[in-house]
Ligand binder design. Sequence first.
Ligand code: G6P
Length: 367
Amino acid sequence: AAVGKGNYRHFMEKELHEHPAVLGDTLRQYLDPKTLEVRLPRLPFDPGRVPRLTISACGSAFLAGAVGRYWIEELARLPVDADVASELRYRNPPLQEGGAAILVSQSGETADTMAALRLLREGGQKVLSVVNVPESSMARESDGAVLTVAGPEIGVASTKAFTAQLAVMACLAIGFGRARRELTTLDEGRLTQALLEVPSHAAEILEKDAQIRELAAEVAKARDVLFLGRGSLTPIAFEGALKLKEISYIHAEGYAAGEMKHGPIALIDSNVPVIALCPSGPLFEKTASNLQEAAARGGRIMAFTDADGVGPLSRFAERVIELPKASAFAAPILYAIPVQLLAYHVAVLKGTDVDQPRNLAKSVTVE
Ligand code: G6P
């Protein structure tokens, strides 16, 4: 059946508003809200024994995989290599015997990701794909598949499929942590609980639409924009920059906040908005001090944080948007939403073709 836009102006807007439902559906698939345990489908490898994991994908799906790397290394103490598929397929990586791989794709048809899948399988790796389309080529050719329950995504720029990929990666990380005896039942319950709160927090974030639209009016005037994050929020900073480039055609860069002093700080002046993803938590002080360095050079800091971060950031930031207070673990899923909303509103202000940006395709099935 054809999918309509309903009362929304664009598919992207409609899909943005599907976040709470899609995240709920995806998480319910892999978490038990009663026992607070992760329930993974049968995997093609034993995460308790696998010595090394390769994660690969393209575009936004790769960035979901990159967040997964932070989570899996942290919670499961499993070494992870993450590389975009177009690089992985030609760099002849030394694959470890008994190793496994996770490939991430909304369509399950991306040519480079398919090529990486075949290379990994030929190299003896057991491949699990995280896909949104159950009957896709990747789902069929992998040793196993975990589905994101995002429903059809029409807008070329990924929104709900991306956060659903993050939700699945988070569940896998918890499951791997348990299999490797790195997490206690108590840890698992705490992490699962944090994920179960994500759908309602996502709904609260969508209510910040007016504030994000005001921010978009500022960003729409810029020629260059810098997105900063730290730790597991770093790939979300990359995703913010990618989205803005894709649909508004404004040049944007995502950077690890701590790395800014080694280059991008040279660009900072009052013409370059700095979008900061800065939730309270273990990396807050470090990120805030990176932002302060940018502010001291005339940079205009526009920060996303939670109630605990508002006070300290307001001392030097031009704009602070308060998001719900969530656990540091769930933050990447939640902070993906405002950066998508921001890109959406900037694109609308710029009058671009939001759902069909120039030169881009929803699924790139040629190399
Ligand atoms: C294209 C789309 C991106 C997407 C990427 C990977 O470039 O424009 O939004 O992230 O392909 O697609 P996949 O279907 O493999 O997730």
